[in-house]
Ligand binder design. Structure first.
Ligand SMILES: NC(=O)c1ccc[n+]([C@@H]2O[C@H](COP(=O)([O-])OP(=O)(O)OC[C@H]3O[C@@H](n4cnc5c(N)ncnc54)[C@H](OP(=O)(O)O)[C@@H]3O)[C@@H](O)[C@H]2O)c1
Length: 334
């Protein structure tokens, strides 16, 4: 293998937001797979808020990225050399491939995917993103027809799919997103019943009017002030799906929880439950089949925001925290 392997190396842990000087572009030789391993040509890299969490020195559901490592990331690509049973050249695989052109991994660290679908859909709506929206609403939120569901970061990767799934289940769906353009998009293109711009000076009043009948399920992607603003509107026996905490990820210190939550939990008999999509790994195939059936029927749109260029990985990750994406953010590196 004559080609070089471009790699973005993680240099130092952030103390606050991610900056470009935390990464260095290096070139190395493409490694040869050993027995039981596959060599994968990385094609599309997923950019996720979790990339930021993995930069902290504490383990999450996986070990953190250490300074000197190739930056960790979910990605999808094709097998170009295999010394593992069951994997052949040309197979599409996904896994923690990292910010690099080529990854060598043990076969058990990658998942073979169905070539019938586009790489964008496999990495987005049929990958972590879509499955997170699916399990968060169906298994954790236990949404029912007729209920009002509020989704924050509603124009992002998980949010765009969550809103559509809630609609498909017969719910009334209100999205919270940053800016009038995103709010108009999720209503007009994705079928949200209403959208509220959390950057508006009238956010509190606009939220109250959009959820006048109360909120049965809050799908929380952000935490912080937005979560706090929802609490007075939660109905008795309301559920809070703790999916993510975007307002916290760039903070050097643990932020206090939303005010008013404890009393509201008691008085309104609320249930708040966190989850990690990997908890449901054993049933992913079934959930994927349902997502595919909705896409095939034309009732679920998978919005993707694909950027080009290996060299643009760090700046696109930074953009994720500045709200530059609409739908699932990924970078094509081939
Ligand atoms: N539990 C799980 O297993 C699991 C799996 C995947 C993802 N997640 C979580 O799900 C959430 C959404 O992830 P995603 O991949 O779909 O990302 P995403 O929503 O596509 O990307 C981030 C978006 O969030 C908004 N945002 C960024 N910083 C914010 C802040 N400080 N306050 C409010 N909004 C902010 C921005 O949109 P605006 O312009 O609207 O601000 C931005 O476009 C994240 O918290 C992530 O960690 C959880």
């Amino acid at each position: 293998m004559a080609e070089t392997n471009r790699q973005w190396i993680f240099l130092k842990r952030p103390r606050g937001p991610v900056t470009e000087d935390m990464f260095e572009l290096r070139r190395s030789r493409v490694a040869e797979p050993e027995a039981g391993e596959v060599l994968v040509r990385v094609e599309l890299v997923s950019l996720d808020p979790a990339n930021r969490s993995w930069m902290e020195p504490v383990p999450t559901y996986k070990p953190p990225v250490a300074p000197g490592d190739v930056m960790h990331s979910f990605a999808i690509g094709r097998v170009v050399d295999s010394r593992a049973e069951g994997f052949a050249v040309g197979d599409i695989v996904e896994g923690m491939l990292g910010w690099q052109d080529y990854a060598v991994l043990p076969a058990e660290a990658v998942r073979k995917r169905n070539p019938r679908h586009s790489l964008e859909n496999l990495l987005g709506v049929l990958g972590i993103t879509g499955l997170t929206a699916y399990y968060g609403l169906i298994e954790v939120g236990k949404i029912k027809p007729g209920e009002t569901v509020v989704v924050s970061a509603a124009a992002g990767a998980v949010g765009t799919i969550a809103g559509q799934i809630a609609k498909l289940q017969g719910c009334r769906v209100v999205g919270i997103a940053g800016g009038p353009q995103k709010c108009a998009w999720i209503v007009n293109d994705l079928g949200y019943d209403a959208a509220v711009d959390y950057k508006s000076p009238d956010f509190t009043r606009e939220l109250a009017s959009a959820v006048a009948g109360g909120v049965d399920v809050y799908f929380d992607n952000v935490g912080g002030d937005i979560f706090e603003a929802i609490i007075p509107h939660l109905n008795i026996f309301g559920r809070i799906v703790a999916c993510g905490a975007l307002t916290n990820y760039n903070s050097e210190v643990a932020l206090p929880g939303p005010r008013g939550l404890q009393i509201a939990c008691i008085v309104k008999r609320l249930r708040m439950e966190g989850f990690i999509v990997l908890d449901y790994l054993e049933t992913w195939d079934k959930a994927e089949a349902e997502l595919v059936s909705w896409i095939d029927a034309g009732v679920l749109k998978p919005p993707v925001d694909v950027r080009e260029g290996f060299e643009n990985l760090p700046r696109n990750l930074i953009g994720l925290f500045n709200g530059t994406n609409m739908g699932k953010l990924m970078v094509r590196i081939t």
